[in-house]
Design a protein around this ligand. Structure first.
Ligand SMILES: Cc1cc2nc3c(=O)[nH]c(=O)nc-3n(C[C@H](O)[C@H](O)[C@H](O)COP(=O)(O)OP(=O)(O)OC[C@H]3O[C@@H](n4cnc5c(N)ncnc54)[C@H](O)[C@@H]3O)c2cc1C
Length: 121
């Protein structure tokens, strides 16, 4: 959605931004988005007119790259017969364990710290 809020109503998760099916990030973004929305509301004492734009601004940056379709989907759903042959050959290679280990290594090195919110008195 272009905007994640209207009046006093705000959306989070797939209803608001829906990540690419290849991102593997839909659940994380939904949970972190809900945390950010609650945090922004708490920081300004529940004033949605202040909190919603701040929620929007802070969460757009992590969402945007996860909405890109990604080369892995293009490889899984090729448009040409040649592309299908490449996909099928790739799928037969015993690479899944190695790719999984590589992904875990990358994720461990790039943790994204969550912002800390201090509720308004
Ligand atoms: C096949 C598949 C595989 C996926 N794999 C991954 C993965 O590996 N990793 C990952 O991070 N994400 C994955 N996702 C994405 C992830 O599941 C979603 O991004 C995430 O669940 C979004 O959470 P949400 O709370 O926004 O929506 P949802 O989890 O869809 O929750 C919405 C809820 O609202 C309910 N609802 C709908 N209409 C109404 C109504 N009118 N009244 C009351 N309740 C209603 C629904 O029943 C549902 O329980 C996958 C999704 C699919 C479909």
């Amino acid at each position: 959605m272009d905007s994640w809020s209207f009046g006093r109503v705000a959306l989070v998760g797939d209803a608001a931004w829906c990540a690419s099916p290849a991102s593997g990030a839909g659940a994380e973004l939904a949970l972190v988005g809900a945390y950010r929305l609650a945090g922004e509301l708490a920081t300004v004492g529940g004033d949605h007119r202040l909190a919603f734009p701040r929620f929007h601004d802070s969460h757009r940056a992590p969402v945007r790259p996860k909405q890109q379709i990604g080369p892995n989907v293009r490889l899984m759903v090729p448009k040409t017969a040649g592309g299908k042959r490449v996909r099928d050959a790739f799928a037969r290679l015993p690479l899944m364990r190695t790719l999984g280990a590589l992904e875990r290594l990358t994720q461990a090195k790039n943790p994204r710290p969550l912002p800390k919110y201090i509720p308004a008195p």
